[in-house]
Design a protein around this ligand. Structure first.
Ligand code: PLP
Length: 402
C-alpha cells in the first residue's frame, strides 16, 4: 500500500490572494509601463533596522569569531539576558507580573501561533474570527481538518468588527488585537468580558498582540495580562517584526503563564508552561544568538526611543490614510491604534472590483478584504508600512481620482 499524506492539507482554501494580486499588477504594468505604482498592500515594513540593533548585532557577530566568546546551541527557551529584559521592560514596568521563565523566545509569531496547536487536544472546538489573519485558520485545518469543531466568529459593521461573546461552547479562541486585517482594537472592558467568559467556561484564549506597540489609546490594553486573572486562561504572542523592523531578522516571544493549567482525564492539573517548554525543546533549537542580541538592543533607552520613532513614523502614515478617506466621506475602521486601515468599498461594490478601481484610477495596490474571509467581502485593507512620501502621494491620488 502506498504511503498516506495528511489529507487535511487538501481541505485548505487555495490561497490565490497574493498570486492573483501579483498577476493583476503585472498585467497593469504591461499595459501602463509609465505608471508609478504605490504598494499599500502587504504587511511588511520598509524602514531599516534601528542603529542600536545593528550595533549590538555587529558586536555579537565579532563574538562568534573568537574562541572564548563563540556560542553554539543556546537555551531553547531563549537567553536569560533577553528574557529578563522582556519581563522587566515589557511587563513589570507596565505593572504586569510576568517572570522570565514564562517567556519563550522564538523566531516569529507566525511559527508560535501556528505551532501552539501541538499542545492542544484534537477534540477542542476552536473559535476563529472572520475575517482573520489566515495562519490561525489554516494551521487549525492542517491539524484537525475542516470540521464542525471550527466555529467562525463573524465580525462585521453591526458589531464594529469585534466578535461577540460566543453563545455556543468554544474551548479555544484566537483573538488578535490590534487586529490584522481590520485595525480594530478592544478596550479594557471588552477584553475583560472575554477573559471572564474564558474563566467561567474553562476556555483558553490565544491572544496575538503582534501590533501592541501601535496602541495610542490608554483605554486599550497592550497585553491581555493587564486584565485580572488572564494568566489563568490566556497565552500571549508578541513579535519584534512590526515595532522594531524584524520581519527579515526573525524574533518574537510567547508568554505561557505558570498559572495556566489544563485538567486532564484523571482530574489532574497540568501546566501549559511545562508542556510548551517540552514542545519547544523537542522541536526547536532556539533563536540565533546574534538575533537575540539584536532584540536585546531595543530595551536600552536609545533602543526604546528608536522603536517609538519607528512606530510613530508608521502611525503618521496610518493617520494620513485614515483622515484622507474620512474626508472623502468613506467608512473607515482602524488606523488609529493599528497600522491597518479597513475601508468599506464605496457604492456597495465588492472587494475585487474596488481593487481594480484603485489600481486603474490611482495606481495603488491594496488587499481585498474577502482575502481574509467571507465576512471581509465589500471591504478593503490598506497598510501604513510604506514611506511617508509614497503614502502622502497615495492619499492625494485617492482624493483626486476616486
Ligand atoms: N500575527 C499577526 C496578526 C500578523 O499580522 C503577523 C504578520 O503579519 C504575524 C503574527 C507574524 O509575525 P512574525 O513576523 O513574528 O512571524
Amino acid at each position: 500500500p502506498m504511503f498516506k499524506l495528511n489529507e487535511n492539507y487538501l481541505q485548505l482554501n487555495q490561497s490565490y490572494l497574493f498570486s492573483k494580486i501579483t498577476k493583476k499588477v503585472d498585467d497593469f504594468i504591461n499595459t501602463n509601463p509609465d505608471a508609478e505604482i504605490i504598494r499599500l498592500g502587504i504587511g511588511d515594513v520598509t524602514r531599516p533596522l534601528p542603529a542600536t540593533v545593528i550595533n549590538n548585532m555587529h558586536k555579537a557577530v565579532e563574538e562568534m569569531a573568537v574562541k572564548e566568546t563563540f556560542r553554539g546551541y543556546g537555551p531553547e527557551q531563549g537567553y536569560g539576558f533577553l528574557r529578563e529584559k522582556i519581563a522587566e521592560i515589557d511587563f513589570k514596568k507596565r505593572g504586569i507580573n510576568i517572570d522570565a521563565d514564562e517567556i519563550f523566545v522564538s523566531d516569529g509569531s507566525k511559527s508560535d501561533t501556528g505551532n501552539i496547536g501541538d499542545i492542544l487536544g484534537d477534540s477542542n472546538t476552536i473559535g476563529i474570527t472572520n475575517p482573520v489573519y489566515p495562519v490561525y485558520l489554516d494551521t487549525t485545518i492542517m491539524r484537525i481538518g475542516k470540521t464542525e469543531q471550527i466555529k467562525l466568529l463573524v465580525c462585521n459593521e453591526e458589531n464594529n468588527f469585534l466578535p461577540e461573546i460566543p453563545t455556543e461552547p468554544i474551548d479555544v479562541v484566537y483573538l488578535c488585537y490590534p487586529n490584522n486585517p481590520t485595525g480594530t482594537v478592544m478596550n479594557r472592558k471588552e477584553l475583560k468580558r472575554w477573559v471572564d467568559w474564558a474563566l467561567s467556561n474553562d476556555s483558553l484564549i490565544l491572544y496575538d498582540a503582534a501590533y501592541e506597540a501601535f496602541v495610542n489609546d490608554t483605554e486599550v490594553p497592550r497585553s491581555i495580562f493587564e486584565i485580572a486573572d488572564a494568566e489563568k486562561c490566556a497565552i500571549e504572542f508578541r513579535s519584534y517584526s512590526k515595532n522594531a523592523g524584524f520581519t527579515g531578522l526573525r524574533c518574537s516571544y510567547t508568554i505561557v503563564p505558570k498559572a495556566l493549567k489544563a485538567k486532564v482525564q484523571g482530574g489532574e492539573c497540568v501546566s501549559m508552561n511545562m508542556l510548551w517548554g517540552r514542545r519547544q525543546s523537542t522541536k526547536f533549537n532556539g533563536t540565533p544568538y546574534i538575533v537575540q542580541r539584536a532584540a536585546e538592543a531595543i530595551y536600552s533607552s536609545e533602543g526604546q526611543k528608536e522603536v517609538n520613532d519607528l512606530v510613530s513614523y508608521y502611525m503618521n502614515n496610518a493617520r494620513a490614510i485614515r483622515n484622507g478617506l474620512l474626508a472623502k466621506g468613506m467608512t473607515v475602521y482602524g488606523g488609529d491604534n493599528a497600522p491597518y486601515i479597513w475601508l468599506k468599498c464605496p457604492n456597495g461594490i465588492d472587494s475585487w472590483t474596488f481593487f481594480d478601481e484603485l489600481l486603474n484610477k490611482c495606481h495603488i495596490v491594496g488587499t481585498p478584504g474577502v482575502g481574509f474571509g467571507s465576512a471581509g467581502e465589500g471591504y478593503f485593507r490598506l497598510t501604513a508600512f510604506n514611506s511617508h512620501e509614497k503614502t502622502e502621494e497615495a492619499v492625494s491620488r485617492m482624493n483626486t481620482n476616486l
